[in-house]
Design a protein around this ligand. Sequence first.
Ligand SMILES: NC(=O)c1ccc[n+]([C@@H]2O[C@H](COP(=O)([O-])OP(=O)(O)OC[C@H]3O[C@@H](n4cnc5c(N)ncnc54)[C@H](O)[C@@H]3O)[C@@H](O)[C@H]2O)c1
Length: 260
Amino acid sequence: MGATQVNVMNWSGRVALITGAGSGIGRSTAQEFAALGAKVAILDRDEGAGSETLEAILRAGGEAIFLPTDVTSEDSVAASVAETVSRFGRLDAAYNNAGISPDTGTTVDCSRERWDQIFAVNVTGVWLCMKHEIEAMLKTGGGAIMNTGSVSSLRAAPQLPAYVASKHALIGLTKVTALEYAKQNIRVNIICPGVIETPMLAKKAAEGFFSIDQYVQSSVPMNRAGRPDEIASAVIWACSEAASYLTGATLSVDGGMVIA
Ligand SMILES: NC(=O)c1ccc[n+]([C@@H]2O[C@H](COP(=O)([O-])OP(=O)(O)OC[C@H]3O[C@@H](n4cnc5c(N)ncnc54)[C@H](O)[C@@H]3O)[C@@H](O)[C@H]2O)c1
């Protein structure tokens, strides 16, 4: 049998949707997809941030649209998926990345309001996105979805009860959805980033939650934080034909954090 011609790098003619693409990992993934030729739908609730990602992609010669979206609203998600398909004709890859990690305190200190807010974005938001993305993908023969977990999908961290619970929940949701649509050519996986240099990480450090240097030295075997593009490249691979047999998988991209 000869070698197959699997091209991870050529996304021309294909369409990728990324939530939380106004910042950090989502922005980097949107830029990388566009640089590889994909038509990109940038979804974010922050209009200024989403517009900046759009401008950066257009300046670099890529093709993209920005759709202001709140992933906690089904109407908003449905409208943005529909607009993506209306503008670009199809949906091949979706990266459900929007997530929040506001301060909560311990399990006892965490307020009901904060708990609900974190679950609304991190869990309900991903479910709503998949619900509408899958409907769109089924119309053109399939697609690939990547959800965003965290090392907090796999282990505990004090003072983060709602975040850790929400990211664990996404592993279960990803597995169920992967199982349900495996026969219909829709692959669903979850990526679990470690310590990645983004505005979210900088905010937690600024709030005094941890010192990034100390956190990295004590918990990352590779002894450095990751870059957003190091998550983006794993997402793009997992959504490509090169990963055609990958579904229901939990992919740790964390410099060795969960094995330590
Ligand atoms: N940075 C890390 O170290 C790290 C580690 C593990 C997992 N993650 C996960 O990666 C994802 C991205 O994190 P990041 O560090 O790039 O964060 P970030 O805060 O830099 O970016 C998150 C983006 O999501 C958007 N967003 C938030 N709520 C939204 C909503 N309701 N609707 C639409 N957009 C919304 C924000 O406006 C923002 O642009 C998150 O799910 C996060 O939990 C990050």
